[in-house]
Design a protein around this ligand. Structure first.
Ligand code: NAD
Length: 285
């Protein structure tokens, strides 16, 4: 069984980005910049934002975090986004979710310039992804595809992939990306009947559910590739995925761990999307 080491693959991606930014610096060019909007004092959000700041710094990318109070109004937040849209020094805008109750999340995400939408949540980017046009692709699904490529799975013709979960940030976009690589894709969710039997037919299983260790060995076809997106706490407070790693490792051909799998890839793809947005902006100037 092969462990798909997301941490190592992410490091390779970041090393490549770091070299590109170093070249820009040597050439005296402007450095790419990510702006993160953090609202309120949500502890997990603060941790995610800190990790993103650190990741930018580690590759020499500029970043800043705009901290706004929990009581901010929709108008004030939209005005802040407009300012970032207009700022020629900002390449990527990320609004850390969740947002306070008084804010309409969709309105805020829709207000981000699609060219600076490094999370890939804007309807224009989602639409482009759907019809196969160049788009800013959500970071977690993009990271999963890079993991599959890293183990030699590029063209998925003739392979059956199942995605468990149908969220807008993981399930739906990863299903589209797998389809674009010619896989035959099944999307399963909480209302799917006989999930384990469906899973057993799949060559590739992507678990994006949010239920600790849901996927067991008897759900997995021998030699299937399994990617675990889940980030959960088990009954002892231990970090774990949606896949029962110790069980599934006995049947899978390759399996991604939690932690050290999809998580680090997500941040690497955020950096990659920001550099891509920079290149697009600079090319257009
Ligand atoms: P979500 O809650 O928006 O969606 C979960 C999906 O799972 C839903 O579509 C639901 O229908 C389905 N589901 C729920 N229970 C089910 C069941 N018993 N059987 C089958 N399907 C079921 O979650 P999300 O945002 O897509 O995230 C999924 C998991 O991935 C979470 O654990 C989250 O923390 C994690 N996540 C990790 C990363 C990362 O970078 N590694 C990024 C995003 C999300």
């Amino acid at each position: 069984m092969q462990i798909i080491n997301g941490k190592a693959i992410a490091q390779e991606v970041k090393d490549g980005l770091c070299r590109k930014i170093e070249t820009l610096r040597q050439q005296g060019k402007r450095i790419p910049k990510l702006s993160v909007v953090l609202i309120g004092t949500h502890a997990a959000s603060a941790t995610y934002v800190r990790n993103k700041e650190r990741a930018c710094a580690a590759i020499g990318m500029e970043s800043d975090t705009i901290r706004l109070p929990e009581t901010i109004t929709q108008e004030e937040l939209l005005a802040q986004i407009e300012q970032l849209n207009e700022d020629p020094m900002v390449d990527g805008i990320l609004v850390q979710l969740p947002l306070p109750r008084q804010i309409d999340e969709r309105k805020v995400l829709n207000a981000i310039d699609p060219g600076k939408d490094v999370d890939g949540f804007h309807p224009v980017n989602i639409g482009r992804l759907l019809i196969g046009e160049p788009a800013s692709v959500p970071c977690t699904p993009k990271g999963i595809i890079r993991m599959l490529e890293a183990i030699g799975l590029d063209d998925l013709s003739g392979r059956h992939a199942i995605v468990i979960g149908r969220s807008n940030i993981v399930g739906k976009p990863i299903a589209l990306l797998l389809l674009a690589k010619h896989a035959t894709v099944t999307i399963a969710h909480s209302r799917t009947a006989d999930l384990s039997a469906l899973c057993r037919e799949a060559d590739i299983v992507i678990a994006a559910v949010g239920v600790p260790r849901l996927v067991k060995a008897d759900w997995i076809k021998e030699d299937a590739v399994v990617i675990d997106v889940g980030i959960n706490r088990d009954e002892n407070g231990k970090l774990c995925g949606d896949v029962d790693f110790d069980d599934v490792k006995n049947v899978a051909q390759a399996l991604s761990p939690v932690p050290g799998g999809v998580g680090p890839m997500t941040i690497a793809m955020l950096l990659s999307n920001t550099l891509a947005a920079y290149e697009e902006h600079e090319g257009g100037r």
